[in-house]
Design a protein around this ligand. Structure first.
Ligand code: 13P
Length: 252
């Protein structure tokens, strides 16, 4: 059985200002000193990546981006290339977040292209998958997750997952305060691992699968204790340093 290092990632989404991001980062860095167990990643809005990157030197916190273009370079106004993120020492890139899929019409094929671009660039994708409430109620959860995963496996190959992370984020749990129960989350995490194992057991065994969706300081522990939950992708609670640090401490 592989010993997977837990990972806790903060997705700050489109929140904060230069001043508040400085304060938040400072609070996290001061509190994180002794917490060596989980890998900790912060994903600021693009415009603050430079500021955050400069403050992460000689710390154990890693930098991630919230999105990336599927293209290498060129006439794509408003987009950011993976190569540019590397200039700022980004390590991780979130791809296929449900907000990108729903609000910016990112299809499974686009998400797969972005994933492949991130892998080619030597960065590590955090691939988000998850079903809507309607899909869950129609008993389509596994079908949806399988479709989202298979699109990426077809495009990038199972080898593309060797350094990747998957985040299971049920859409109905994001920002709603309605968390999946540990059992509900575990069921989907196990399904995801099994789906990858059909292609490569070692990659599936080493793959870190994060849970995201209303993770808070008081529910993180029971979620992270489940066999196939290897940490979390945290939205709202990552905007408060103390709350985020508590969640990091729960991931051991
Ligand atoms: P919340 O933690 O605010 O529910 O957001 C989860 C999320 O979307 C992280 O990417």
């Amino acid at each position: 059985m592989t010993n997977r290092q837990p990972l806790v990632a903060a997705n700050w989404k489109m929140n904060g200002s230069l001043a508040s991001i400085r304060l938040l980062l400072d609070g996290i860095l001061k509190g994180i000193q002794s917490e060596t167990k989980p890998e900790v990643v912060v994903c600021p809005p693009y415009i603050y990546i430079d500021e955050v990157a400069r403050n992460l030197d000689n710390t154990q916190v890693l930098l991630g981006a919230q999105n990336v273009s599927q293209h290498e370079a060129g006439a794509y106004t408003g987009e950011i290339a993976a190569g540019m993120l590397k200039d700022y020492k980004c390590v991780y890139v979130i791809v296929g977040h449900s907000e990108r899929r729903a609000l910016y019409c990112e299809t499974d094929a686009m998400v797969a292209d972005k994933f492949a671009r991130v892998v080619e660039s030597g960065l590590k994708p955090i691939l988000c998958v998850g079903e809507t409430l309607n899909e869950r109620e129609a008993d389509e959860t596994e079908e949806v997750i399988a479709r989202q995963l298979d699109a990426v496996i077809e495009r990038a190959g199972v080898q593309g997952f060797a350094n990747a992370v998957i985040a299971y984020e049920p859409v109905w749990a994001i920002g709603t305060g309605r968390t999946a129960t540990p059992e509900q989350a575990q069921e989907v995490h196990a399904f995801i691992r099994l789906r990858l194992a059909r292609h490569d057991e070692a990659i599936a065994d080493g793959l870190r699968i994060l849970y995201g969706g209303s993770v808070k300081a008081d529910n993180a522990n029971e979620l992270f204790n489940m066999a196939d939950i290897d940490g979390g992708l945290i939205g709202g609670a990552s905007l408060n340093a103390d709350d985020f640090l508590s969640i990091c401490r729960a991931a051991i």
